[in-house]
Design a protein around this ligand. Sequence first.
Ligand SMILES: NC(=O)c1ccc[n+]([C@@H]2O[C@H](COP(=O)([O-])OP(=O)(O)OC[C@H]3O[C@@H](n4cnc5c(N)ncnc54)[C@H](O)[C@@H]3O)[C@@H](O)[C@H]2O)c1
Length: 299
Amino acid sequence: MSRLCEGRVAIVTGAGRGVGREHALLLAAHGAKVVVNDIGAAVDGSGKDTSPASEVVAAIKKAGGEAVANGEDVSSWKGAKALIDAAIAHFGKLDILINNAGILRDRMLTNMDESEWDSVIQVHLKGTFAPSRHAAAYWRDESKKIGGPVKGRIINTSSTSGIYGNVGQTNYGAAKAGIAAFTIIAARELRRYGVTVNAISPTALTRMTEGLRQLTPEEAAIRDPKWVSPTVVYLASEEAQDITGRVIQAGLGRIAVCEGWRRGAEVGQVADPATAGSLVREMITKVRKNSGMDGLELD
Ligand SMILES: NC(=O)c1ccc[n+]([C@@H]2O[C@H](COP(=O)([O-])OP(=O)(O)OC[C@H]3O[C@@H](n4cnc5c(N)ncnc54)[C@H](O)[C@@H]3O)[C@@H](O)[C@H]2O)c1
C-alpha cells in the first residue's frame, strides 16, 4: 500500500469518535501527523471530555504514527485560531484541515426552539468557517512566502440531510447545505493559493445515527465509518491537487459524486403574475424533480 499523505500535517475536528476517528486513524496510517481535535461533547453538544481525543492519539501512537490531542471548541473564533496555531506550533506546518465536528438537535420546525437552531448552526457552520478562515489566511501567507501553490486541503462534512433534505432537521440540513455552498465558494477563492476545498457527505453507523432502527450485521457492516475515510484521505493527498469544489457521498456501500443546483427550464420575464404562474407550472412539468434522501428523484 503506497502511503498517500507521508509527512503531511492534518487537523481532524471532532476526531474523538465516529467518522472523524476513522479519518484520523487512516490519515496516520498513510503517514500524516494528526492533530486529533475533539471537545468531547454529547450528541446534543453538551458537556466536555478530553478522553475520546486522547484515546485516538494513543491508538495512532500504538500503530507507530504521530498525533497530538486538542480539545478546542471549533465553533469559537478564538478556539479555532488556537487549533490552527497549535498544529503549526507542534508539527511546524499545516497541510490538511478536515472539518468534521458536529452535533444534532433534531426537531420539527413547528416546535424547534431558538437554542436548538443556534447551537446546530454554530457548531456546523461556524465550526467549519472559523477553522477554515484561520487556515486559509495561513496558507495565503505561506503561498506568498514560497511564491507558489501550497497544496493545502480543506475537507468539509456535509450531509444528505443538507443536499437532499431530511424531515425534522431544518437546523442541521440548513447548516449542511450551507457547508456545501461554503465549499464551492471557498474552492473558487482559494484555488489561487493551491488550496483545494471539497466536502464529504458521509453515511455511517455512529452514536449520531445508532438507534434510528434495528440493523442486521450486514447492514451495520456497510455502515462502518471506516468506509468514509478512504475518499477523504485521497482528497487530502497531494495527488488530489486538481479536485476542488466537489461534494462527494461516501459510505453505505458507495462513493458518489454529487451534482449541484443548476438552471433548468427557463422563459423570458413577464409582468403579469398569472402568466408567470402558468409558465412556472409548465416548466415544473419539464424539469428534474428534487431528489429524495437516496439522492434520486422523488416520485
Ligand atoms: N454518521 C452519519 O451517518 C453522518 C451522516 C451525515 C453527516 N454526518 C456528519 O459527520 C460528522 C461526524 O459525525 P459522527 O456521526 O461521527 O458523530 P459523532 O457524534 O460520533 O462525532 C462527532 C464528534 O464531534 C465532536 N464535537 C462536537 N462539537 C464539537 C466542537 N464544538 N468542537 C470540537 N469537537 C466537537 C463530538 O465530541 C464528537 O466526538 C458530523 O459533522 C455529522 O454531522 C454524519
